[in-house]
Ligand binder design. Structure first.
Ligand SMILES: NC(=O)c1ccc[n+]([C@@H]2O[C@H](COP(=O)([O-])OP(=O)(O)OC[C@H]3O[C@@H](n4cnc5c(N)ncnc54)[C@H](OP(=O)(O)O)[C@@H]3O)[C@@H](O)[C@H]2O)c1
Length: 387
């Protein structure tokens, strides 16, 4: 019984409360065929649990829909997770109830909900609430069994000024900026440096352009689609140059050298699985300067060949990253609150879909359709007025 109780707590934290009811999207099917899971998604009302020590219960106001969420939940993108399962990940919400030991949060406070669940006794066991069970036996065990949304997964945010500047739908996208900051800060990106962001035309790629600029770097935005590259450089006219990815190794590397005057300090790489055979990483390795650093945050599951000798002879550092660290969350919130980093419409990203949980299917379709930088799709409880 205790297990069920705690799982319900997490589900309810993800979604929302109304008259002590919690609604959540739940799937009970096994993912054997692409359509199976999607067909089995259902909107359920479950009891609102009492908060236990160390936890917080959050009433969700707005939650972002990942561009690839449809493919995660229909099984096409083979993310591992146990079923039954409550989809969804980060959110913006208000504190609805607190465990007796919580001292820094207060009821009604606007907060960011972090979906990265970490083991208390092993930092390498991490899973993503409502999305991915992680890569270790421990993370799988955690997602399958008892776990809670810990108090530390709730980021206190949103000064009045921030609240006035952004709608809930805009604020809901902030996890995207935390993800890219995770990689950029791990490679120690510094003001004055030049970084290649590739592909820059995706949702996360565009966020990486914005965060790199906010960190004081100059950006070479590399991608396939010229119209989106042009949109990016018109939104960020200072310190952004663009390079179209042609697939020709030598000419792409030469275009990068030219755009950077021969001095690329770092590369931020965040392509989707479909880009496993793309040549852009090799072009970047060819063009980067000696001692360059590369942040790898790909969604690629296949092996990707790298020019080993160049990595060796250039003393290069390749740094992988999944999500971000707890301290990195606080820094991104500060960057947003101070206006150093602009998100949502101020950062060139328009909310093109704001759906209720009842319309989850349309929400997943819209996020898929509007994948790429410049658009975002969110979901919210039906009774929450769109801001
Ligand atoms: N490491 C982490 O913690 C972490 C966290 C979140 C997400 N991710 C990964 O980030 C990836 C990107 O997500 P997103 O929401 O930004 O996706 P998105 O908006 O759909 O953007 C995908 C980007 O990849 C480009 N692309 C697609 N197919 C390509 C190909 N064959 N060759 C080269 N480029 C290609 C697209 O270029 P066009 O504009 O030309 O189509 C676009 O720039 C996800 O797949 C996910 O796995 C990683």
């Amino acid at each position: 019984m205790e297990r069920t109780y705690i799982k319900d707590l997490t589900a309810s934290t993800l979604y929302y409360f109304r008259n002590h009811d919690v609604k959540s999207l739940t799937s009970k099917s096994k993912r054997t065929r692409a359509d199976n899971l999607r067909a089995a998604l259902e909107l359920k009302t479950v009891p609102t649990p009492e908060p236990i020590p160390g936890t917080a219960i959050i009433k969700v106001l707005s939650a972002p829909v990942l561009s690839y969420a449809k493919h995660v939940y229909n099984g096409m993108r083979k993310y591992p997770y146990p079923t039954p399962f409550t989809p969804g990940s980060s959110a913006i919400g208000r504190v609805a109830a607190l465990g007796a030991d919580c001292t820094s949060l207060s009821i009604g406070q606007l907060v960011f909900v972090d979906p990265v669940i970490r083991s208390r006794d092993n930092p390498s066991d991490i899973f993503l609430m409502g999305l991915h069970q992680g890569a270790t036996a421990g993370s799988k065990k955690m997602m399958e069994s008892v776990w809670t949304l810990e108090r530390w997964n709730v980021g206190r945010i949103l000064s009045t000024a921030t609240r006035e500047r952004y709608t809930e739908a805009h604020l809901a996208t902030m996890a995207q900026f935390m993800v890219v900051y995770g990689g950029l800060s791990d490679i120690g990106l510094r003001a004055g440096e030049t970084i290649v962001v590739v592909p820059a035309t995706g949702g996360f790629g565009g966020a990486a352009v914005a965060v790199s600029l906010a960190m004081g770097a100059s950006v070479i935005a590399m991608g396939r689609t010229e119209t989106t590259l042009a949109k990016l450089s018109s939104k960020f006219p200072e310190r952004v140059k663009t390079v179209k990815m042609t697939g020709d190794l030598e000419s792409d590397a030469e275009a990068l050298r030219k755009a950077s005057n021969g001095c690329i300090d770092a590369v931020y790489d965040i392509p989707p699985p479909m880009a496993a055979k793309s040549t852009h990483l090799k072009s970047c390795i060819m063009a980067i300067k000696h001692s360059g650093r590369i942040s790898l945050m790909d969604g690629i599951y296949d092996d990707v060949p790298i020019p080993y000798h160049l990595v060796v002879h250039k003393d290069m550092k390749l740094q992988g990253k999944w999500m971000y660290g707890k301290e990195q969350i606080k820094i991104v919130i500060k960057m947003i609150e101070t206006g150093v980093l602009k998100i949502g419409n101020l950062g060139g990203v328009e909310t093109v879909g704001d759906f209720t949980f009842e319309n989850w299917e349309e929400a997943l379709d819209a996020a898929d359709e509007h994948a790429g930088w410049g658009s975002s799709v969110v979901m919210r409880p039906a009774e929450m007025a769109s801001s």
